[in-house]
Design a protein. Structure first.
Length: 262
């Protein structure tokens, strides 16, 4: 997988090993979740950015990453396509990639069967897919409060990483800069860790092309793998919506909008 160069040197972060086969948790802080199709699609994507409405308690599966679901199953957002008026996503069974997993190409309204559990696709965006549990039991399990709001590392953080619980999502959001402020991720291969178990790595930087990749990990699961990010692109991390506002030779700068997109 060739990547860009910065002043003749290849810049690839440690998080690249987390990337899934294709790129691009919780409800974003301040996200009303009531949006339909929106404008201003990411570069090289015909858009729209989002189609459908995201319920406040929906399961956010991030582009290129996986989400653990009740019953020992999971789902990944493996690929996306848009034609300027509609949007579809390729979803893959399982929280982590393994050979032989089933895949589905879905649009808003599709019903997804996962190991005896059913979910409806409520929103498809360039950066996330939002699912809604069909059964009250699964919805309740997803909203269950974690045993602790303190990260202990590894798989023990699953209750913090894969949840729709409002308190857990607020704790995750509080670990990021405030609305209107920026988060700078250094492209030197270092890992940036957050209080509720999320870790971020700049997987590559190409300042000449103005593109970057960001890999996210939580509870030993690759939860996002955003590639070809450019200024203006939206992405979601730890339940919080960001926008890429700068790509330099050293950092990727993300800004948390004061009025997040749907």
């Amino acid at each position: 997988m060739a990547r860009g160069t910065v002043r003749g040197h290849r810049v690839v972060g440690a998080g690249l090993v987390l990337l899934l086969a294709s790129a691009g948790c919780g409800s974003p802080a301040g996200d009303s979740g009531d949006g339909g199709a929106t404008a201003a699609p990411p570069v090289r994507d015909k858009g729209p950015v989002c189609v459908g409405e995201a319920p406040a308690d929906g399961v956010r599966v991030l582009r290129g990453g996986g989400f653990r679901l009740p019953g020992g199953t999971g789902v990944q957002y493996a690929g996306a396509s848009a034609d300027g008026s509609s949007r579809t996503a390729t979803l893959r069974e399982g929280a982590r990639y393994e050979e032989g997993q089933r895949e589905w190409k879905v649009a808003v309204g599709a019903r997804l069967p996962l190991a005896g559990h059913a979910y409806s696709v409520r929103q498809v965006c360039s950066y996330r897919v939002v699912l809604e549990a069909a059964s009250a039991r699964d919805a309740s399990a997803l909203a269950e409060a974690p045993a602790s709001m303190t990260s202990t590392g590894g798989e023990a953080d699953a209750g913090l990483c894969f949840t729709t619980n409002r308190d857990a999502l607020k704790a995750a959001a509080d670990g990021f800069p405030a609305e209107g402020e920026s988060l700078s991720l250094v492209g030197n291969g270092g890992v940036r860790r957050f209080p509720t178990g999320l870790s971020l790595t700049v997987s590559y930087l190409d300042a000449e092309a103005g593109t970057a990749g960001i890999a996210a990990n939580c509870a030993a699961v690759p939860v996002a793998a955003y590639e070809e990010l450019r200024v203006g692109d939206p992405l979601e991390l730890g339940g919080v919506l960001f926008e890429v506002t700068d790509v330099t030779e050293a950092v990727v700068r993300l800004t948390r909008p004061a009025a997040p997109r749907p």
